[in-house]
Design a protein around this ligand. Structure first.
Ligand code: PHE
Length: 469
C-alpha cells in the first residue's frame, strides 16, 4: 500500500491504500468466499426445501446484496476510516447526525458473534484435513460418515481444541498484518476451489442422484415457501456476501480513488455465487444417493463430502486439498470479520494492531465456547431458534446484517447528497448509476422491510387489511 493522498482530498487516518484494484477485489473475494458458500449454503438450502429458496436467494444476492456492496464500498472510501468513525463523520457531513455510527457499531458486534461460531465450524474443517490424510474416509459409507462427524461434534474437547487452533491462526494473521500475502493467495485459492468442486461435480454426476440433486436445487416448489424461508434466503445473501456489517466498508476505506466500484463489486458477487451454486450441485446428488437427510443441518457437508472423497480415485489427495482450501477460505473470511473491530480499536483507543487483535480474539474465542457446547453439553438447551449457535447465526444473518444493510441503503439513497454520491461513485449519470440508485433508494430497502414484515406474519395481515378496506 502506498501512502498517497486520497483522491477526494481526505487523508486517510489509516494505513494507506491497497496497492491496486486487484488487491481490493482479492480481499473482498477472500472475505465473501468462505464457509458461507461451502458449508452454510447447502445446509440452509436443504433445510428450506431447495429450489424456491435458491431462486429467492439469487434474487436477493443481485437485487439487494450487490447494490449494498457498492454502497458499502463507497461509504468506506468516502469516510476513509474504520466503519464506526466513517459513519459518524459522513453522518455529520451529510447532515444526518453522527448517530449513523450505529451501523459501524452493530457491525463490530455482529463480527464478534459471527466469528465466535464461524471459528468452531472452521475448526471442524481443520479436523477434517487431518482425518482425510489419515485415510478414515476411504471406502466410507453413509453410516460411517455419520459416526465420524457425530464423534467430532459430540466431543466438546476435540471441537474446542480445533476452535482454539483456528482462532490462534486468525489472531496471528491479523496481529501481524500479513493479510496482503493471504490476499494474493486468493488468486490461487478460489480457482483451485472451483477446480476441485468441478472434479467433485463430475463424481456426483457419475455416481450420485444427479438429476434429483439438480431438480432439488432449481425446481421451485412454492408451496414450501413461508415467511421464514424468504428471510433465510435474504439472510444467507447478506452473510455470503459479507455485507451489512461494515466489513466491506472497512476494506473500502483502503481503496484508491480511481477504482471502479461497480465493476469490482460485480466481480466479487459473481465469484461468490459461482462457488455457492457449485457446492450445492456437488452436495445434493450425494445426499440423495446415500439417503442422507437434506435437513441434516450444520453437519451436512461433513457427512456428504467424505462419501465422495472416500470412494473416488485419488480421494485422499483431493479430500485433504479440499478441506485445506476450505480452511483457507474460512481464514480469509475470519480476518475480515475482525477487521471492523480491530480498525476501530486501533483508531479510537490508539491500541497497536497486535494488542487490539489479541484482546478481541480472546473475547471471541471465549464466546465461541457457547457454540462448541451447542453440539454436545448444551445440545438440548434450546431457546428462541434453537441452540446458542443457532441463535447467534439467526440473529446475525437474519436480523443484524439485513438491518445494517437497510440503514446503509437509506443513508446512500436518501441522506447523502446526490453530489457526494456521484462524486464518489464516479460513473456520471450513466444507466449503471441510475440502476444502482433505483435499487438503492427503492428496491433494496423496500425488499428488506417486506421480508421482515413477512417473516413475522404482518405482511399477510396488512394485505388482508388493504383488501377489505
Ligand atoms: N461471507 C463469509 C462467508 O461466506 C462470512 C462473512 C460474513 C464474512 C460476514 C464477513 C462478514 O463465509
Amino acid at each position: 500500500m502506498s501512502d498517497t493522498e486520497a483522491g477526494n482530498g481526505r487523508r486517510s487516518s489509516l494505513h494507506g491504500f491497497w496497492s491496486s484494484k486487484l488487491a481490493f477485489i482479492l480481499a473482498v473475494t477472500g472475505s465473501a468466499v468462505g464457509l458461507g458458500n461451502i458449508w452454510k449454503f447447502p445446509y440452509i438450502a436443504g433445510e428450506n426445501g431447495g429450489g424456491a429458496f435458491v431462486l429467492i436467494y439469487l434474487l436477493c444476492v443481485f437485487g439487494v446484496g450487490l447494490p449494498i456492496m457498492m454502497s458499502e464500498t463507497m461509504l468506506g472510501r468516502r469516510g476513509r476510516r474504520n466503519p464506526v468513525a466513517s459513519m459518524a463523520l459522513l453522518g455529520e457531513e451529510e447532515g444526518g447526525g453522527s448517530w449513523w455510527a450505529v451501523i459501524g457499531l452493530s457491525g463490530v458486534i455482529a463480527g464478534f458473534l459471527i466469528l465466535s461460531f464461524y471459528s468452531v465450524i472452521a475448526g471442524w474443517v481443520l479436523a477434517y484435513v487431518v482425518k482425510s490424510i489419515s485415510g478414515v474416509f476411504v471406502a466410507a459409507d453413509a453410516a460411517s460418515v455419520k459416526t465420524l462427524f457425530g464423534s467430532l461434534a459430540g466431543d466438546w474437547r476435540e471441537t474446542a481444541i480445533w476452535h482454539t487452533v483456528f482462532m490462534i491462526i486468525t489472531v496471528v494473521v491479523v496481529a501481524r498484518g500479513v493479510e496482503r500475502g493471504l490476499e494474493q493467495a486468493v488468486t490461487l485459492m478460489v480457482p483451485a476451489l472451483v477446480a476441485i468442486l468441478l472434479i467433485l461435480l463430475g463424481f456426483s454426476a457419475a455416481t450420485g442422484e444427479f438429476e434429483m440433486g439438480v431438480r432439488f436445487m432449481f425446481e421451485p416448489d412454492w408451496s414450501k415457501v413461508s415467511g421464514a424461508t424468504v428471510l433465510a434466503a435474504m439472510g444467507q445473501a447478506f452473510f455470503t456476501l459479507s455485507v451489512g456489517m461494515g466489513c466491506v466498508m472497512a476494506y473500502g476505506a483502503y481503496l484508491p480513488q480511481e477504482t471502479s466500484i461497480p465493476a469490482t463489486a460485480t466481480a466479487v458477487v459473481c465469484a461468490d455465487t459461482l462457488v455457492a451454486i457449485l457446492s450445492g450441485l456437488v452436495i445434493f446428488p450425494i445426499v440423495f444417493a446415500n439417503g442422507i437427510d437434506p435437513m441434516a443441518g450444520p453437519g451436512l457437508i461433513f457427512e456428504a463430502l467424505p462419501l465422495s472423497f472416500g470412494n473416488m480415485p485419488g480421494g485422499v489427495f483431493f479430500g485433504t486439498l479440499f478441506f485445506l482450501l476450505v480452511g483457507f477460505a474460512a481464514l480469509t473470511s475470519a480476518i475480515s470479520l475482525m477487521e471492523p473491530a480491530v480498525a476501530w480499536c486501533v483508531e479510537r483507543f490508539g491500541a497497536t494492531r497486535a494488542r487490539a487483535s489479541t484482546v478481541i480474539g480472546v473475547i471471541i474465542w471465549a464466546l465461541g465456547f457457547l457454540s462448541v457446547f451447542s453440539f454436545n453439553l448444551l445440545s438440548d438447551f434450546k431457546f428462541l431458534n434453537g441452540t446458542f449457535m443457532d441463535n447467534f447465526d439467526y440473529v446475525t444473518s437474519n436480523i443484524m446484517l439485513p438491518l445494517g444493510g437497510l440503514l446503509i441503503t437509506i443513508f446512500c439513497g436518501w441522506v447523502m447528497s446526490e453530489n457526494s454520491v456521484t462524486d464518489e461513485l464516479n460513473i456520471g449519470q450513466s444507466t449503471l448509476y441510475r440502476s444502482w440508485r433505483f435499487l438503492t433508494r427503492f428496491v433494496a430497502p423496500v425488499a428488506v422491510v417486506l421480508v421482515f414484515l413477512n417473516a413475522v406474519g404482518w405482511l399477510d395481515w396488512l394485505l388482508a387489511g388493504a383488501a377489505t378496506a
